[in-house]
Design a protein around this ligand. Structure first.
Ligand code: SF4
Length: 74
């Protein structure tokens, strides 16, 4: 099995949405989202904790959040 890495992206159209930021902060069980004064911040050091639960996708408008699976090459 190749190693799996996760990247979580918030579309630029939604990244500054403070209400969405709060919602995502509450939705994610492993604290990958942080609500800041300027919107959603991705907490990079928690990315490897992502369980692919899709709660963030469900909490956000369509297309706002993307959970991307990246595989180690080789
Ligand atoms: S899929 Fe689940 S664990 Fe991963 S970022 Fe979204 S809410 Fe957090």
């Amino acid at each position: 099995m190749p190693a799996l890495f996760i990247d979580v992206r918030v579309s630029s159209a939604h990244a500054g949405d403070l209400a969405l930021a709060k919602k995502l902060e509450e939705a994610c069980p492993v604290d990958i989202f942080e609500a800041t004064d300027t919107g959603v911040k991705i907490v990079e050091e928690n990315l490897d904790e992502c369980t692919l639960c899709d709660l963030c996708i469900q909490a956000a408008p369509p297309g706002a959040v993307e959970v991307v699976k990246l595989y180690e090459r080789g």
